[in-house]
Design a protein around this ligand. Sequence first.
Ligand SMILES: NC(=O)c1ccc[n+]([C@@H]2O[C@H](COP(=O)([O-])OP(=O)(O)OC[C@H]3O[C@@H](n4cnc5c(N)ncnc54)[C@H](OP(=O)(O)O)[C@@H]3O)[C@@H](O)[C@H]2O)c1
Length: 254
Amino acid sequence: MAKSIFITGASSGLGEALALEFARRGYAVAVAGRRIDRLEALAARLLELGAAAALSLELDVTNFDTIDPALERAVREFGRLDVVVANAGVGYSLPVGRGKFELVRRTIDTDLTGAIATIEHALPRLRAQGGGQIVAITSVAGSRGLPFMGAYSAAKAGLHRYVQALRAEVRHEPIVVTELAPGYIDTDINRGVPNRPFVIPLERGGAILARLIERGVGHRYVPSWPWTLIAPLMKFVPAALFAPRPRKARTSQE
Ligand SMILES: NC(=O)c1ccc[n+]([C@@H]2O[C@H](COP(=O)([O-])OP(=O)(O)OC[C@H]3O[C@@H](n4cnc5c(N)ncnc54)[C@H](OP(=O)(O)O)[C@@H]3O)[C@@H](O)[C@H]2O)c1
């Protein structure tokens, strides 16, 4: 029986790149997200690439009650789910205290609570079938509160801690817990960002992520160089180095 994978946020970016990678490896692939038209087109492509089966599922991870029915549908179609990837995410630039609370809440609801809800519903299903792998996509931004990215950094740091706790909890069960923390991979989420240190192309990012998932690693930065060195050090850097330049004071003549 072919292996199977369920990926949230697969209508673009890393989720889509992962779906393509696993299709080429002959997996049965379930792609979930809000833009169902894109997912349907993607599912057709996955079959052409060699996927054992492909399923597109409309899913908003902030509508928590709809997550389990989507997982159930994939299990019903594929027989089992070997890998569940909590990948769906948003990333807005949100200065604190500037009237952006709705987007702050959407960030936490999607990147933290939505990912946790996905894992909460996936784990009982993996246990029931005798094992499987949970994958969480966090971020280097979780290593440090970055200016204008407070909600995003908080969500990713929170997800990192949740996954760390999960890994310890399931240590004696046949459950693999993988956390992948990208730096900058070229996708819609960061295309408007003026400065993207060490950015890598999407195809390369997808290939690295897929390889690490298949190897069943615990925690990795992506790409590993230079983030494995830089990310852990980020928390020791003085805040002044991350601070944006102060705005020029306006005079009454301006
Ligand atoms: N690219 C990077 O450099 C980078 C770095 C660190 C971490 N990450 C993380 O990688 C993950 C994927 O991001 P990406 O770079 O691939 O960006 P992306 O191209 O914008 O993809 C984000 C995906 O999440 C989905 N999504 C957003 N809100 C959703 C919701 N409420 N329910 C279901 N799906 C939702 C979107 O699909 P729909 O709009 O169709 O729902 C989209 O497919 C995110 O968790 C992001 O934080 C990316």
